[in-house]
Write a new protein. Sequence first.
Length: 583
Amino acid sequence: MLPFGGAGELSSAVHVAGSIVLIGAAAWQQAGIEPDGFVVSPLRAGTGQVRAGGRDVEVADLVTATLRHVGAEAAQVTGEPISQVRLVVPSGWGPQRRNWLRRAAGNAGLPVIAVVAAPVAALHAVAGASRPGQVVLVIDVGNGCETTVLQYDADGLSVLSVLTDPDAGGNRIDQALLAATGAGSLDDLPVPQRWPALAAVRTAQQALEHHPAVTVPLPGGQPPAAVSVALLREVAQPTAERVATLATEALGNADLSVDRVHAVYAIGGACPPLVDVVAAKLGALPQVLDRPASAAVLGAAQVTSVPARDVRAPALPPLRRLVSLSLPALVSLVLYAHFVFSAEFYNGTPQSPRPYFYVLAAWGELTVASVLAVVALLQAAPVLTAVRHEQQAARSGGDRLPNQSLTSGLGAAIAGGVAVASLYAVVAAVYMGQPTTALLKWALVPVLPVTAAALVLLALVWRHRRPPERGWDPLLSFPVSSVLAGAAGSAALALSWHGRLSALDGWSDLLAAAGALLVAVALACTVTRHAGLRVAVSVLLSLLLLIISRAGPSVPAVVYAVAVAAWWAQRAWTVLRLPVVPG
């Protein structure tokens, strides 16, 4: 382990002043004098630029400066040039960020031979071989938190699931401890006092590893505050609970429970005070690896080959989910077939029309069929993502960033939905002998709000680097109850308005009432999840739709299309509230 002037570790913080870049402890010292040039954690700014010293600076240049310092320290300690370098990165980094870091290291003169995910590297430091099939959970709590589920197989280790939260780690504990001393929040402090206060809090946490209590100098002439191990555990409680939640959800994303896990390991400099709380909530005691802050680095030194392939998300949904994915497509085809073949021709046929030839058809069925076709493709985007992921992995040996893959799937789904709706209209127009534009009005125009909401969702998915905690598939899972009730209601309204059953006494009014109720149920299932609200909304809307549907099934179908568009807009709103992860 490199000494770095006796500190034992090198902070990633940098300070920029003109063409001079200070690294580590020197950067912290200069932060109190020139705070505008200080960057506490360059990698949190992503792979673009960051504002420092009054100008925009490439993050890659700051990382290169730090790595160059590491290389110089290593060469000085060993007395010879460094010939092999292994980089340790988070599991959630895709090939783009890994290659970006490789280039930064290359610019620093470091010959990189492997880029290893932190949990994979850490497990190389665990004594004893593990049998194929065993599952382990690694909780990495540094400045943020990353929980990774891995499985041993014949080729080594495979990553099954990863969840990250950059705000569930040491940074959050630092700020909570600073507030507990009475100094206030970090953002409330004057800029010249902010970084010295944060440095004092971090130094106090390191001292608490060897002492039950220490004093912390406070900025602004305030008297020093006493900080104890008990206080540290108290302020770390919310962070620990969040870490435990991430661990539980990472297991859930891998379709596993904690009793299926062979071992739970904790690494990272901020993990020791969190272990007890995490164990209580997770139901398993994490084993803190020896020297947890350095465990991944020590393990990476033992890696002799590139780690096994990453088989984590995006993964194909389970079989029961695939069945529900197929329902909107199947129902759309059935409803479209009923629309086409139940059409009634008057004054001739499409092949031999006479004067005043016209067609009586349930145009609303065409609308609902088109909307459901778009829904089927949109919620199948995670499947398209998984297929694209496998193709990309086969070509490059890695995976793409999850948001990039999903946007590709959403883009394909939107284009496919518009194409299917247009095809529905064209085929029906040819069959019925009607102008194509007339049927496009019922097939394509109602789905435009749905596709517009989906385009907004696509843009937000691209912008937000972190997927939802349960993954993308549950977010895009359209209610099956809405699909079935909407299709059945549209068909019932169509039969009540025209068709063979409408000629039977008593059937027309009964079908109209049933259709109005079913469409109302579909609308309620689309706009709300609460069971009580669904019942209330269904009753109110059914009365209104029973009146509206007397003019035919068209207006209820348009109302349903608007509700579906609102559902996708709500999905976009959910993604908008997700934290943005740079890079």
